[in-house]
Design a protein around this ligand. Structure first.
Ligand code: 5GP
Length: 205
């Protein structure tokens, strides 16, 4: 990294099917100073998902032991499976100077807002509820029952967008990615992020 200041933390949430994962993948591909925290989960890998890349896939017993060891910044039960964000994982990326994205659900977002108030939060909205339903069905990875559960949860999750600092509408992938990047860029210009530079400037005045 070209500078050694700590990276900022960004919570990114959305109702499932909003295209959040695609959006974040594109952002990571285009900006090598932004990283995503790889969560732990007890759910089964989907086709094409790799351990340590998309998630750390762990058995329930191991996840519960990590909860006891207080290894998680937040953890939640989403659709019957545990998901959690490792404190050590986030800290090491941030210490290395990367801006860190936590791609987590609204329950996890509420926990991080409390324990890490300096983190910024972004909620990604679908352009409409119809588009959301189409995306969930078209994805073809989940059973009918899972899709129905996700849809009924989506409205409740979208209502919680008012608790977030920023809202980005994912109607156009390029524009939504640019919006997300501008939020992160603005974070780097906050005076809290520039403290090292300011001190250095004054010391050498
Ligand atoms: P999926 O199983 O489709 O990958 O993710 C289901 C939901 O769990 C998504 O809303 C995703 O953002 C959320 N999720 C993924 N990782 C974490 C995590 O570490 N903590 C929490 N609270 N939610 C997570």
């Amino acid at each position: 990294m070209q500078n050694h200041k700590k990276g900022n933390i960004y919570i990114i949430s959305a109702a499932s099917g909003t295209g959040k994962t695609t959006l974040v993948s594109r952002l990571l591909k285009n900006h090598d100073d932004i990283r995503v925290s790889i969560s732990h989960t007890t759910r089964q890998p989907r086709e094409g998902e790799a351990h340590g890349v998309h998630y750390h896939f762990v058995p329930k017993e191991e996840f519960e032991s990590l909860i006891e060891q207080r290894a998680f910044l937040e953890h939640a039960n989403v659709f019957g499976n545990y998901y959690g964000t490792s404190i050590a994982g986030v800290n090491s990326l941030s210490e290395e100077g990367y801006d860190v994205i936590l791609e987590i659900d609204v329950q996890g977002a509420a926990q991080v807002r409390k324990s890490l108030p300096e983190a910024s939060s972004v909620f990604i909205l679908p352009p409409s509820f119809e588009v959301l339903a189409q995306r969930l069905i078209g994805r073809g990875t989940d059973s009918e029952e899972v899709i129905q559960t996700r849809l009924s949860k989506a409205r409740h999750e979208i209502e919680q967008s008012v608790l977030f600092d920023y809202v980005v509408v994912n109607d156009d992938l390029d524009r939504a990615e640019a919006d997300l990047f501008h939020i992160i860029k603005a974070g780097r210009l906050k005076k809290s992020s520039q403290q090292g530079f300011i001190s250095n400037l004054l010391e050498n005045s």
